[in-house]
Design a protein around this ligand. Structure first.
Ligand SMILES: C[S@@+](CC[C@H](N)C(=O)[O-])C[C@H]1O[C@@H](n2cnc3c(N)ncnc32)[C@H](O)[C@@H]1O
Length: 214
């Protein structure tokens, strides 16, 4: 998708009052004082402010998003609090403009389903996490493989449903990427979204703390 297309799809959501999230990643992630945390697809920045409150002045928070409109709104929200240790970066999830091995915690809410190359996203999450670091991701999965006519439709993907993959595929990507302790910590009942049936869920996992067997 080119930049104009991205802004048309995502910046239009900036002023919507409705919740853009899939689950409780931030509530389940337990960020600690002094930690470095990354929110992938930070949108308007609500979770960035909560991460900053938890990590305090000695921690560091990065918000990543592809949409300039979302990032501008997030910056306005952060400025209201005067936080200087919340950094916004415009970047695709598939190729994060972030150094390797810096994060104690990666969170994401309702964003990874939008990414066209999900294996690349998970491998980037592993790259930026410190050894032993954790991820807590809220997302959706589809109960059946999504028909190609929808999966290849950028409008349907931006509506947070057509980019979904099945639970089996989702969890096998995490395991094959080398994450340990892969656990589903919350899961909704199936519900209709767009033309398919999805489940909202939150998954947690760790980057291995050594290179042994990973
Ligand atoms: C449904 S919103 C969720 C925003 C926020 N996490 C929340 O829960 O309110 C999805 C966000 O992901 C961003 N996004 C979509 N695809 C992306 C990609 N490939 N790389 C980076 N950000 C992306 C969009 O700009 C949007 O801000």
């Amino acid at each position: 998708m080119d930049t104009l297309e991205i802004e048309r799809r995502y910046s239009g959501l900036v002023d919507q009052q409705c919740c853009l999230s899939c689950g409780g990643a931030i509530d389940l992630s337990q960020p600690q004082p002094g930690e470095t945390c990354i929110d992938l697809g930070c949108g308007k920045g609500t979770d960035l402010i909560r991460l900053r409150e938890a990590v305090g002045g000695q921690g560091l928070v990065y918000g990543i998003d592809i949409s300039e409109g979302m990032l501008a709104k997030a910056q306005k929200n952060i400025d209201k609090f005067g936080y200087s240790n919340v950094k916004l970066i415009r970047s695709e999830l598939e190729q994060l403009h972030v150094e390797s091995n810096i994060a104690n915690l990666v969170i994401s809410n309702c964003t990874i389903n939008h990414a066209s190359n999900k294996r690349a996203v998970w491998s980037e999450i592993k790259r930026v996490l410190k050894k032993g670091g954790r991820l807590v991701v809220s997302d959706i999965y589809s109960t059946e493989p999504v028909p190609e006519e929808y999966a290849n439709d950028p409008v349907a993907v931006a509506e947070c449903w057509a980019g979904a993959i099945t639970k089996e595929e989702y969890l096998s990507i995490l395991t094959e990427t080398g994450f340990k302790n892969v656990t589903i910590v919350e899961e909704s009942k199936p519900y209709k979204k767009g033309e398919i049936v999805v489940v909202s869920f939150t998954v947690s996992a760790n980057k291995p703390s050594c290179n042994c067997g990973s």
